[in-house]
Design a protein around this ligand. Structure first.
Ligand code: PMP
Length: 296
């Protein structure tokens, strides 16, 4: 599903077939979840292939690696260039790119040795689909920053996300909404949250969320459109008179919310501020803000 016998990975500075990739079963990431990753989308455009916000994603990867007291020997610009080559080698047009920094064999609870770097890519549709979502609040909360560096994209943090999604899907919801340690809304397991009320957009401030690159992109588009976004704590009670809501993320893109815990959003998605932002996003991912690569 993610690769076939012809797929090429970038691993430890070399190009290798997926089947030739040597991963030690005693690698520390496998056992203890110490590692960092990114998710980047490539879009096929009228002028060729383009990678959306690739530099921002690789800068975040380098920062995530730093929070683990580790280092890889690449700059963000070099990683963008390698990713262009990866897409070319795999002949991919619309693709999701997964860089993963992981550890070698080590069964101790120590940080040592040089991390390894894998970059793979595959074709992947919108993670949560294109329709509007019914969300439910999970009993799993986002980890406090004193427990885990929650502004970094670390492999181990995703057990928390997976459990939250699993829990609410069992109850029939499409996706989870997770609270922070103070009981305010934080985000979805793999996407950020926005709420519209009386012509203003609200999104949780940094602290308990992964500050998403798509979330940042919303700030830029909102400024252009004259939309106000307030970063503040969002208590659960605010859901009761929300006009609309949406999730943002690289894999998710921008997806509208139909209901949260059975509370139906007052506005139709098509009439919401989120739908306007989603329209701009769909236009821009294929335009000037992408870092272009032309494939002949
Ligand atoms: N939160 C989490 C936990 C995520 O995994 C993601 C996806 N990277 C996001 C938010 C959205 O971030 P971005 O817009 O950078 O993809």
């Amino acid at each position: 599903m993610y690769y076939n016998q012809d797929s090429i990975f970038f691993i430890d500075g070399n190009w290798a077939k997926a089947s030739e990739t040597n991963i030690d079963v005693f690698n520390q990431t496998f056992h203890y979840g110490i590692g960092a990753f990114e998710g980047i989308r490539a879009y096929h455009t009228a002028t060729g292939m383009s990678l959306f916000k690739a530099t921002e994603h690789y800068k975040r990867l380098l920062n995530s690696v730093k929070t683990l007291h580790l280092k890889i020997d690449y700059t963000a610009a070099e990683l963008v260039e390698i990713t262009h080559q990866l897409l070319k080698k795999n002949n991919l047009r619309n693709a999701y790119v997964r860089p993963l920094v992981f550890m070698g064999p080590n069964m101790e609870l120590t940080i040592k040795g040089k991390p390894r770097l894998l970059i793979a890519a595959w074709e992947w549709g919108a993670l949560l689909g294109k329709g509007q979502l019914n969300l439910a609040i999970s009993s799993y909360q986002r980890p406090d920053r004193k427990s885990l560096p929650n502004t970094a994209k670390l492999t181990g943090n995703y057990t928390n996300s997976i459990l939250a999604s699993y829990e609410v899907r069992k109850r029939g919801a499409d996706e989870a909404l997770m609270l922070d340690v103070d009981g305010n809304i934080a985000q979805a397991p793999g996407a950020n949250f926005f709420l519209e009320k009386d012509g203003v957009l609200y999104t949780p401030e940094e602290g308990h969320i992964l500050p998403g690159i798509t979330r940042n992109t919303m700030f830029a588009y909102a400024k252009e459109l004259g939309f106000e976004i307030r970063e503040q704590a969002i208590p659960v009670t605010m859901l009761h008179d929300a006009d609309s809501a949406f999730l943002t993320g690289t894999a998710t893109e921008i997806v509208g919310v139909k209901s949260i815990e059975g509370i139906v959003m007052k506005k139709d998605w098509a009439d919401s501020m989120g739908a306007v932002l989603a329209g701009v996003y769909q236009h821009r991912i294929k335009r000037e803000e992408s870092q272009g690569l032309t494939i002949v």
